[in-house]
Design a protein around this ligand. Structure first.
Ligand SMILES: [Cu+2]
Length: 666
């Protein structure tokens, strides 16, 4: 019975894995398929190839050359697509929109799932190919792992892991029940880590965390081609330290639920229709009680609730493979700040840092993949969104009027996007060119934030509801060569962004934060340009030995000549992988050159070059229907003290760390 599901997972992911292995990227866990990059997460088959199968989702995503993960501590890193902050991309879980509830970006959407919940991550660069809504940088959809109807069977996985550096324990289990008319998957994962030590045994205070995640999917078959599915995720992180920030998190909780109706083979031209209704509720409570010295004690809770739907039609007519997606959601975001006076005769100060903002968004997206002939393929995409914001809290509305006299309570924007791509597939060479135009609205913080402290440049930020839409034109060029012994993939993407949103100093205004440098207000540069490039080179030395290399570089400049913050300097990874039947071993070095194009205006400092060495080995033991995977290794072997461009406030990375992962499939 377990075989069927394994077969299913293999059937879905093997073509991708093979593509990745034979044609594109060196770590074998990502692939480039029709203008889309896929990071495979599912543990059932590819885990052995991952350096650390039970590593966090953040580590998995970091393997994509399109993504950088900006790190404020051990937990909940922020995904940057194409060198751009998360406001510029659309991040979804199974197509569902979720808004984080933290004004300090401590809880990106990716922090509310676990690797056990997920099969893969689909990444689109720029607005080309995106069906999820208005975007500039691209989109990231986390696709849940689920079973399918079949012969009666029952299977499961249990796993545990330990890491020495921060004494992290990871444990969890999952089980799947499959019937001809019913299936259900349930899994639970827990992680608990203490403070980690940077290179040279230097303890990084406030870097501990604990996280628990439970998720379930259940489906019932109504007819041969129809089924309903319900899904739930409950995620709870507590006592999370953020060494790069002045505050920690006491609790971050999310409830994510959905029901979906799916129908296949509606007609010869309509192959699939699905409609999903979803709801999610996020609670975020920050905590400064563990910090011994703070100028003033603060309470900063935040809440976000989102209800939404999407309806997808997919089909094929002659040479056209088309998709139409209608989607909409409603979000309510509220965040408070109470500053407790040290002097008992003075009143505490209360303000709304997010003034109870309603976001209503409706979107229609159309996509057509045209197989012109055996070699040429074209993809056309258009989308239009209606975006409406309303300041629902009167006190919050009045507070913002201090800066914006006469501010209207609501604002509507139309957001358009359009893209076209051509792909040529030769015997060994595939190349593609995509051109795209996209727009986005300011985020809740950018539009309506009220005294949001940025601990990097140490300014309090004020939102600006009067900003125009940000607009971007971008071109992406990809070339892939796949020979018998050598494979090469080269990607270059250029973004020209008009009305680029960024904070600008407001002289004469004083900050709320004690010791802050001043006030910045979100404003718009006439334009900014961002260039992204990545090169992957794989060389198959022998049947068992592969030499994989990857490097990437990004550059971002504003029209005022200023370097944009959080741009990746030239970085590389080079490694040897040995694989023989059920045994694999891996040795790699990763590093970056000196970072000189840093952004001093946004609090960044120069960085020296670094390189770290990682080693790992894995063996799979099979017993009849069961198998045990053991993987162990050491990260940062030489215990190097280092920090990278993506480490907020240059908080150092982890020093030497031994780990062991055990995964038992039954
Ligand atoms: Cu927070």
């Amino acid at each position: 019975m377990y075989r069927f599901i394994l077969w299913l997972v293999l059937a879905i992911s093997t073509p991708l894995a093979l593509l990745a292995q034979k044609k594109t990227t060196p770590n074998k866990d990502t692939a480039h398929v029709s203008m889309e990059e896929v990071v495979v997460i599912s543990q059932q088959n590819l885990s052995q190839k991952m350096e650390k199968p039970l590593s966090s989702l953040d580590n998995y995503l970091e393997k994509s050359s399109l993504i950088n993960m900006v790190r404020r501590g051990s937990y909940a890193w922020e995904p940057f697509i194409n060198g751009m902050s998360s406001e510029r991309s659309v991040i979804t879980i199974d197509g569902m929109r979720i808004y984080g509830a933290c004004t300090d970006k401590m809880d990106p959407v990716t922090s509310y799932v676990e690797i056990t919940n997920l099969a893969k991550a689909n990444i689109h660069s720029g607005s080309a190919g995106t069906l999820g809504g208005a975007t500039i940088a691209g989109s990231l959809d986390l696709v849940r792992k689920k079973s399918y109807f079949g012969d009666t069977q029952w299977k499961g996985i249990a796993f545990t892991g330990f890491e020495t550096n921060n004494r992290q324990w990871i444990a969890g289990a999952g089980t799947s029940i499959i019937r001809p008319r019913f299936y259900m998957d349930v899994d639970a994962t827990g992680r608990k880590a203490e403070n980690y030590a940077a290179g040279g045994q230097k303890e990084v205070l406030y870097s501990q965390y604990a996280k628990y995640n439970v998720s379930s999917v259940a489906a019932y078959r109504l007819g041969e081609h129809r089924h309903v599915e319900a899904s739930l995720i409950y995620d709870h992180a507590l006592d999370v330290g953020y060494p790069a920030l002045p505050m920690d998190v006491a609790t971050a909780k999310a409830f994510i639920g959905s029901v979906e109706y799916v129908q296949h083979h509606l007609s010869p031209t309509i192959l699939l229709s699905k409609t999903k209704l979803y709801y999610n509720d996020v609670t975020h409570i920050m905590d400064d009680t563990k910090r011994p010295i703070v100028p003033i004690r603060m309470d900063m809770p935040g809440w976000s609730k989102t209800a939404g739907f999407y309806s997808v039609l997919q089909g094929r007519v002659a040479i056209h493979e088309w998709n139409a997606t209608l989607s909409g959601h409603h979000n309510y975001s509220l965040a408070e700040m109470t500053m407790f006076s040290n002097d008992s005769t003075r009143k505490d100060m209360f303000m709304l840092t997010w003034p109870g903002v309603n976001t209503d968004y409706g979107d229609l997206a159309l996509k057509d993949i045209i197989a012109i002939n055996d070699d040429w393929k074209a993809t056309v995409n258009i989308g239009v969104g209606v975006h409406h914001n309303k300041i629902a809290n009167t006190f919050g509305w009045e507070s913002l009027q201090i800066f914006y006299p006469g501010l209207k309570q609501s604002k509507t924007r139309i957001l358009k996007r359009l893209s076209a791509a051509m792909e040529h597939k030769g015997e060994q060479l595939i190349y593609s060119l995509a051109l795209a135009y996209g727009e986005r609205a300011p985020s809740v913080s950018e539009g309506y934030g009220f005294y949001l402290f940025n601990s990097s440049d140490r300014f309090d930020y004020i939102g600006n509801p009067w900003m125009k839409n940000e607009k971007s034109g971008n071109a992406t060029l990809t070339a892939t060569y796949a020979g018998a012994k050598l494979s090469v993939k080269l990607t270059g993407a250029y973004f020209y962004i008009k009305d680029y949103i960024i904070g600008k100093i407001q002289p004469g205004l004083s900050p709320m934060t004690i010791g802050g440098n001043g006030i910045k207000r979100y404003e718009q540069l006439p334009h900014a340009t961002i260039f992204n490039s990545a090169l992957d080179v794989n060389y198959y030395l022998t049947e068992k030995l592969t030499w994989s290399n990857r490097c990437s570089y990004r550059r971002g400049i504003g029209s005022d000549g200023i370097n944009l913050p959080l741009m990746q300097p030239f970085s590389y990874n080079s490694g040897l992988t040995y694989a023989h039947s059920s045994f694999t071993a891996d040795a790699n070095v990763s590093g970056a050159v000196k970072h000189t194009a840093y952004s001093a205006d946004y609090g960044e400092r120069p960085l020296p070059s670094y390189a770290v060495i990682n080693l790992s080995a894995a063996k799979r033991f099979a017993f009849k229907q069961q198998s045990l995977l053991v993987k162990a290794g050491v990260e940062n072997l030489l215990d190097t003290y280092y920090t990278t461009f993506s480490d907020w406030n240059r908080v150092p990375r982890m020093g030497r760390n031994f780990f062991i992962n055990l995964l038992w499939n039954y």
